[in-house]
Write a new protein. Sequence first.
Length: 340
Amino acid sequence: MISSRVVEYVFFFGLMAVVSYLVWSIISPFVSALALSAIIVTICYPMYERILSYTPKRNRAVASLATTITVLIIVIIPFLFITSTLVKEAVSVYTLLSGDQLALEERLYNFENVIHTVAPSIDLNFTQYLQQSAAFLTSRLGSFFASTASTIFLFFIAILGTYYFFKDGKNFTKKLIAISPLPDNQDEIILARLGRAVRSVATGTVLIALIQGTLTAFGLWLFGFERAVLWGTLAAFGALIPGVGTSIVFIPAVIYLSILGEYLNMILLIIWGTSAVGLIDNLLGPYLMSRGNAMHPFLMLLSVLGGIAFFGPIGFIVGPVMVSLLLVLLELYNSHISNS
């Protein structure tokens, strides 16, 4: 005979499962916006605490509002502007390559012939590669901007979430620790290491890649290249690949300038690439990466690409953070749970 206690548990957890599913269905459209808010707060929380210390009577609402506005001006608005520009450039390249643009195809074909003359064993098809890359960016990033009203609404949710996470983040964390069935010390370890991983990923590998991509885009624009944001984005992805870096863009650009006979611009671009971009990788990179747990570069690349495919533009950060969370959980399991 089934005891009444078992019936109570079955009913309670069954009801909890149904309600949890319904709540998840309600919240799931906003998960990417809330994830972005949580990441921003994790990275910028020291700035919030400094602003809070200067706020009269340590008013958390005022400090949260001031920090959110600062983040909005410094981070989010430039991010949206660059992303929208990237989408436009990717669409223009895709349209250019898909249309009847014989002049561009002839240039690419001549460029491939030059490479084939130098290295006969290499078989290239730049037109196809550019078309596929532009189609990927257009479909993944463009979907985020497909509906203006939806994008503005998600943007509003992200800003609102950032404000409340700054204001009530510590209370949220305490309640989460209280609800978790794990011991409190393990919950604190998970949250501390996750925070360190988020800051390491965001201010280490990803930030270095973004800086290198930005400097690459500026250099290409300075020396007369069109669609510099698109090529800068490609350079940022290349910066995540060990042994490749921004050379994935700089080398073809230098060869292209040499074919056109623009030797002065070619020399200046080489100087720019080796000094401005190279010094960032050799000087600033080790300093930032030493401040947290470094992720393997190949795993970083996969998490960035998968994050963009799943979450859209913010997947550039959310993807590596999710992988970092899994690594933290596996490390915790290996050091605390499996040995207990």
